[in-house]
Design a protein around this ligand. Structure first.
Ligand code: AMP
Length: 310
């Protein structure tokens, strides 16, 4: 079984959407990624840092899903990372109200010895310097290094981000982030520019308008499943990334064809994440529900057309 190492935040979120509010609920990039990846056959370990205020039973829930949490260090007399966000009425844009880094002030990711040879390394959204520190601790180059990032690092820590981009194979970002990194409006031009910065594969997420995968001159698109109810988009991007890497790690196939399926697997899982606040929906999700929705996905996108030569 392949080993997946996830490095990112395990945190508290305060979320306000047009449909309600929730404060100090569990979130974090690594939390969403690992929950999504737990739907696949692989060994996974999370590296993060939390304060004494983080609910211990949440770590137990992760462990019960075969997620190795020995890389999540606890500093008892400090507070966990806390992020507050408010979504606009259309849920497509959001404003960060507060980022309290708290315990993250002294975060130096420590990769457990048994995961320094991980086959897949998923760098969730954290400071690019910490992402680089994680890469540097690996004993051998993973088969695939994936990275997610946000506007904050693109605008405030661009040089460090560009350094770490040289080391990664896949970048997963949204359309605004792609435009900001590349200074290009066209997403095709943006992807081409980003590929020159290091990643051989560029994933551009467009929220409810689906996701694009670029590699060399090839492009693939997967739609987002049209949903009746979207409650809270927090973590959708991370859940997508967890599903994407989970599919690749469990199938051990890095062809572009298989990446297309990974894109669908990630989009499928992300469609559940947004149905409830925080990680609630992902906690109750069953394998059967995942498969059933995958069938809906297939129906949504499959069509037969006869094309005669002209
Ligand atoms: P997403 O909605 O997929 O972009 O991910 C949201 C998650 O990212 C939330 O659960 C936050 O706790 C986490 N997050 C937001 N900002 C940061 C940051 N600056 N560093 C690390 N994690 C963050």
């Amino acid at each position: 079984m392949n080993k997946l190492l996830v490095v990112g935040s395990v945190a508290f979120d305060g979320i306000e959407t047009p449909f309600g509010k929730a404060d100090k609920i569990v979130g974090g990039s690594a939390t969403y990624i690992s929950l999504a990846a737990s739907y696949f056959k692989l060994n996974q370990c999370v590296v993060s840092l939390i304060g004494g205020d983080f609910p211990k039973n949440y770590l137990e829930m992760l462990k019960a899903r075969n997620i190795d949490t020995s890389g999540i260090k606890v500093i008892e007399n400090e507070e966990s990372f806390y992020w507050k966000v408010k979504y606009d009425n259309d849920l497509n844009s959001r404003e960060t109200l507060l980022t309290a880094i708290n315990v993250f002030e002294n975060f130096n990711p420590q990769i457990p010895e048994s995961y320094k040879d991980a086959d897949f390394l998923m760098l969730g959204n954290i400071h690019p310097r910490l992402q680089m520190q994680a890469i540097e601790q690996m004993n051998k180059r993973p088969k695939l290094i994936l990275l997610d990032t946000i506007n904050l690092w693109i605008s405030e820590n661009r040089d460090e981000l560009l350094e770490v981009l040289k080391e990664v194979d896949v970048i997963s970002i949204n359309n605004e982030e792609a435009r900001e990194i590349s200074n290009e409006y066209s997403l095709v031009k943006a992807a081409k520019k980003i590929m020159k910065m290091g990643p051989k594969y560029v994933i551009i997420k467009k929220g409810e308008h689906g996701v694009l995968l670029f590699h060399k001159d090839a492009v693939f698109f997967a739609p987002a499943l049209p949903l009746e109810e979207v409650f809270d988009p927090t973590g959708a991007g991370d859940t997508f990334a967890g599903g994407f890497v989970g599919h690749l790690a469990s199938t051990s196939n890095l062809s572009f064809e298989n990446m297309k399926l990974a894109l669908v697997a990630g989009s499928n899982l992300a469609s559940f994440c947004v149905e409830k606040f925080g990680t609630q929906r992902m906690e109750s999700l069953t394998q059967e529900e995942v498969y059933r929705r995958l069938r809906n996905f297939k129906q949504l996108t499959q069509f037969d057309i006869e094309l005669n030569e002209v």
